[in-house]
Design a protein around this ligand. Structure first.
Ligand SMILES: [Zn+2]
Length: 1048
């Protein structure tokens, strides 16, 4: 090892340079991370493959400016030098972390090489040499080292934007090529259009940045040290900027986290009013604010504004001034990918000086306009484009960005769906080939079979247990099955829940695992879904189909046959063969003693058939009895049932939903749900006992009492009293709050109760005190998710924890490395976040379909645009209503901008006249010309639905009152869900026919189909979701496509 000195010039303290001399050790052995290595380097698991045409070594400036291109998964064989990484580090920690994650992630073919510690590749900086030149020389030297180290077996390409370097180095060494980024992409990746486009876009943005003008539009941000000192002293306040999407230009709040400043109440945040005070901070940034003098404080606006839904909290009447401040600096930029719309041509020209810089309008109203430098302004007009922000200088009114990807023309279904995905940070590329190679083979000709050696390690239930599944009609991916049998001469009863053994096929750390972990869940949109796991698992090997052998994770309870008290619980891996794939109606019919045909029994002779049928019915009866008992136990504890399942799907032969019809709630639904809840609960107990500080559980915190105010007040108006003190009291009082004349009243009250609920959350047991583990909705002290590993990553983690717990019990070291509490908590947060984004995306896609459905209708003539609505909240200038037929919620204005009010004739029909509006607790009146019209809470009115189109944002539905009487349609009201589903189907049909006409619209590629990004929603999974949610969620019916607000 050789010791040398290395001089660093660090820029610190407001530009003052500090010279630091560090000891620097050089080694001969520095890992090369190449599979071609002949020198026994201590390379780890992740190495660059040897079968590439070349390795590429990007220069420091390339890494700093073009990291996004290097992040494309298609690029292979990238070597990041230590020199380049350090250069990136000086740009900001976030960028550096991005690179570090890239190097760690086995899905990307790149490694990091510590060139400055390698004896033969290190070059000391020469006197008078600029930092940039030196860095380039270091990187070149590293490239040469690789070529020599791998004995010339691999060509090495260095890419740099320094033209002098290209001239200087390119002919020095055969086998080591030095070329520009553009040449590299054109020569080596001519088909990778995304890379070329990114290059153009970024390089243009860089050029423009150099040409910025110098007039100052905003005050400079304070240096980090000054901000930190100010926060400590209490002069400044730190928080996250949250822009009000209804008043995006003027109103933003800085939400503080437990920051108590100057003995002032900042719990509702600090108001930042206007763009100057916001000082270039963007929604989501962590900022530092300074409070303004009290005389300059302002209040928030609370009247209904365009497009505003209802707020979760009823913060009415808050027009009082509140702490108001200005942004003095940004601690952390939390910029993501944004979808913007390029304006139409004439607008473009008037906006820019040279037609190259275009002000684009983000889809998210909270994000300011973004300036993009491009030569494609013409072709991109009215297109939606994904962009990234680069900078926001104090001399610029708008931030600068560059385009990343064109999504398509605004308003087309595919463009709009992709927009929703990008805006919610959902990235669901087709499963990669490398990942598909990890999958076991199974084809109709050569179906996958159980491995005898593996089977020998498992408990074999194939002959001993009658296993069956109960699912909706036509279900193909069965992830849970049940068994029940009598033991010990009938004194004991054994209940079994058998779940697909997904972790057998998905090894921890495999590409499939990483991808599933990143996605965290299967995403359901109104017209399609994006699976967490490839179809070969979710629809085949992990689907517990009838008549085939499958691996399972089982929980078996021995219960006292009389009292049903638990005597013993067994957990473990099993082999099962499901005997019956029942559907709900069939199972219920069997229980009811009806004469029905069981397909699996057709092959048997009459005697055998009767015998088997009797066994099956007996099992179903036993199961029902156990489930009733379990349900009763939870009911006593106060489990909530806010609204039950009441839809049934009709499927065609391709498993598409053709219609949803209301169904009688069948007890067998609850029976199955109860067994799953029981399994989840007992697995939670097991893993928590084995790993008190590092088990993944799910808690549901009790709601904040003040959030119930709206519910309590509304119910009071209707003459009901709601007791929210405990979950049991709430459940009981909700049951009583029913108007026999109007079932909608109870439904709305339950809806409000749900809105007041907290979200259930995953967490690591080490990060919460045990009294916080409680699941309020289910009334259980511990709960987790175990029963759906096919479409929830949390369940995969829980399966691994259960496996580790069992290994530990048998005295063996767990095979995998267990996550620490901190790692698990981070993972839990990630899954929680992904679930929220999944819900938001689902909600946005529902809104999209609603708008597409109404967009092409004439609201004046089309009767489908008229609907019944129920008033559920009173506001200053209008009411909030719920249109059950279409599952739409929204504001209805009673006063417009011209000061006119809605006035109702004696027959109920409404028109606009000048007048006044007055708000009361339970109703609102309008007075015009001596006539008074009243709109009461929980009254039915008739609304007209139309679409407010917006080229740049999502369209919005507009609800207008046409009569203050209930809607009398020509036909009896259809059940809510049916209208809703038809809506989606019709929009999809219209969009598909439009797509066939327009050749330029992208269709799903064959790969996307093969690699399973399914177009059709998976009915089974959706219904499963509802089944679970039904215990919690009153909106379970429109919920088919609605946001999932509270899961178990
Ligand atoms: Zn080596």
């Amino acid at each position: 090892m050789i010791k040398t000195e290395k001089t660093l010039h660090l820029r610190r303290f407001r530009g003052r340079k500090v010279r630091v001399v560090r000891e620097h050790y050089l080694r001969e052995q520095v890992p090369c991370f190449s599979s071609l290595c002949q020198a026994d380097c201590a390379n780890g698991i992740k190495v660059l493959p040897g079968d590439l045409t070349h390795y590429v070594v990007p220069d420091a400036d390339v890494v700093v400016n073009y990291l996004e291109i290097l992040e494309l998964r298609e690029l292979q064989g990238i070597i990041f030098t230590q020199t380049a990484c350090q250069a990136l580090h000086s740009k900001g920690r976030r960028y550096y972390n991005r690179l570090r994650n890239l190097v760690k992630d086995p899905r990307y073919h790149c490694v990091q090489f510590a060139n400055e510690f390698q004896q033969y590749s290190y070059c000391p900086r020469e006197k008078g040499e600029s930092q940039e030149k030196w860095q380039t020389r270091c990187v070149y030297s590293a490239a040469v080292w690789y070529y020599n180290h791998l004995a010339g077996m691999m060509n090495v390409v260095m890419i740099t934007e320094d033209e002098e370097a290209v001239a200087q180095y390119s002919s020095l060494h055969s086998g080591v090529y030095v070329i520009s980024v553009q040449d590299y992409l054109q020569n080596f990746w001519p088909d990778l259009q995304a890379a070329q486009e990114l290059y153009t876009s970024i390089s243009q943005a860089l050029e423009e940045k150099e040409a910025e003008d110098s007039q100052r539009e905003f005050p400079e941000h304070l240096p980090a040290e000054v901000m930190e000192a100010g926060i400590k002293s209490g002069r400044y306040i730190q928080g996250t900027l949250s822009v009000n999407k209804h008043r995006a230009l003027n109103e933003a709040l800085v939400l503080t986290e437990g920051s108590c400043s100057q003995s002032m109440d900042l719990s509702s945040g600090v108001l930042v009013h206007g763009g100057k005070n916001r000082n270039r901070a963007v929604h989501g940034d962590v900022v530092v604010v300074e409070l303004l003098p009290k005389s300059e404080w302002k209040g928030r606006v609370t009247a209904l504004t365009e497009g505003q839904g209802d707020d979760r909290s009823a913060d009415d009447g808050q027009e009082n001034p509140m702490p108001t401040g200005r942004v003095v600096g940004v601690l952390q930029r939390n910029w993501r990918d944004y979808v913007v719309t390029f304006p139409s041509r004439d607008a473009t020209q008037s906006q820019s000086r040279n037609c190259q810089r275009v002000l684009t309008i983000p889809w998210d109203r909270r994000i300011p306009k973004i300036r993009i430098s491009t030569q494609q302004a013409d072709t991109l007009q009215d297109h939606r484009v994904v962009v990234r922000l680069d900078s926001w200088e104090s001399t610029s009114l708008y931030p600068n960005g560059h385009s990343v990807k064109v999504l398509g023309r605004a308003g087309e279904l595919e463009t709009e769906v992709q927009t929703i995905l990008v805006e919610n940070c959902i990235h669901v590329p087709a499963f990669s080939e490398a990942q598909m190679k990890e999958m076991p083979l199974s084809s109709p000709e050569r179906p996958w079979r159980v491995d005898p050696a593996e089977a020998a390690k498992r408990r074999d239930l194939r002959d001993s247990h009658l296993v069956f599944s109960i699912d909706p009609v036509g279900c193909e991916d069965v992830d849970d099955t049940l068994s029940v049998r009598s033991l010990a001469d009938g004194t004991l009863l054994e209940l079994g829940v058998h779940i697909a053994d997904v972790t057998h096929f998905v090894a921890e750390g495999s590409l499939t695992d990483l991808e599933a972990r990143t996605r965290a869940t299967t995403y359901y949109l109104a017209d399609r879904r994006y699976d967490m796991l490839p179809a070969v698992l979710s629809a085949d090997l992990c689907s517990l189909l009838g008549g085939v052998d499958r691996y399972a994770m089982s929980v078996l309870w021995e219960l006292d046959a009389e009292s049903l008290a638990v005597r013993r619980v067994w957990y473990g891996r099993t082999v099962i063969r499901s005997s019956y794939q029942l559907h709900y109606e069939l199972a219920q019919a069997l229980l009811n003693g009806e004469e029905v045909r069981v397909p699996e029994l057709e092959q048997f002779c009459p005697e055998e058939k009767d015998l088997k049928l009797a066994q099956l019915i007996q099992a179903l009866e036993m199961l029902t009895r156990v489930a009733r008992h379990l349900r009763l136990q939870r009911d006593r504890g106060g489990a909530l049932e806010l609204e039950g399942v009441e839809v049934r799907a009709q499927l065609d032969k391709d498993k598409n939903i053709t219609a949803l019809v209301p169904r009688q709630p069948l007890e067998v639904h609850e029976t199955v749900a109860e067994c799953m809840i029981y399994a989840n609960h007992w697995v939670a107990r097991k893993i928590q006992e084995s790993f008190p500080n590092r088990a993944l559980l799910r808690r549901h915190p009790p709601p904040r009492q003040e959030l119930f105010n709206q519910l309590v007040d509304t119910a009071k108006v209707m003459g009901f009293s709601i007791d929210t003190r405990t979950n049991k009291a709430l459940a009981d009082s909700l049951d009583r709050a029913a108007d026999p004349q109007d079932p909608m009243v109870n439904r709305l009250l339950r809806m409000m109760a749900t809105r007041a609920m907290s979200q259930a959350l995953y967490f690591s047991t080490g990060s919460q005190p045990q009294d916080q583990f409680y699941h309020y909705g289910l009334a259980l002290d511990r709960y987790t998710h175990f029963t759906s590993p096919i479409r929830r990553y949390a369940d995969i983690v829980v399966h691994r924890l259960l496996t580790a717990a069992l290994e530990l019990e048998q005295g063996a070291e767990p095979a995998g490395i267990l996550a620490t509490n901190r790692e698990l908590e981070e993972l839990a947060q990630h899954i929680n976040n992904k679930n929220w984004t999944a819900q938001r995306a689902q909600s946005a896609s529902t809104g999209l379909f609603q708008c597409l459905f109404f967009r092409d209708r004439d609201p004046q003539t089309d009767l489908r645009c008229l609907a019944d609505a129920i008033v559920y909240s009173i506001r200053d200038n209008g009411v909030l209503v719920f249109v059950s037929e279409y599952g739409i919620k929204g504001p209805v204005y009673l006063k417009n901008k011209e000061g006119q009010v809605v006035s109702a004739e004696p027959d109920g029909s409404c028109k606009w006249q000048s007048g006044k509006v007055r708000r009361y607790p339970s109703y609102i009146t309008t007075t015009s010309g001596g006539c008074t019209s009243t709109f009461r809470l929980m009254s039915h009115i008739t609304v007209r639905i139309s679409v407010h189109s917006s080229n740049c944002h999502s369209d919005a539905l507009v609800l207008e009152v046409v009569s203050n009487q209930p809607h009398r349609g020509s036909e009896p009201q259809r059940p809510a869900s049916q209208g809703h589903r038809q809506l989606v189907q019709e929009v999809v049909r219209l969009a598909e026919s439009a797509q066939q006409q327009a050749a330029h619209a992208p269709k799903l590629s064959r790969e996307e189909r093969d690699f399973l990004q399914s177009k059709t929603p998976n009915l089974y999974s959706i219904l499963e979701e509802i089944r679970e949610l039904a215990l919690m969620d009153p909106e379970a019916v429109p919920r088919l496509t609605d946001p999932v607000k509270t899961g178990q």
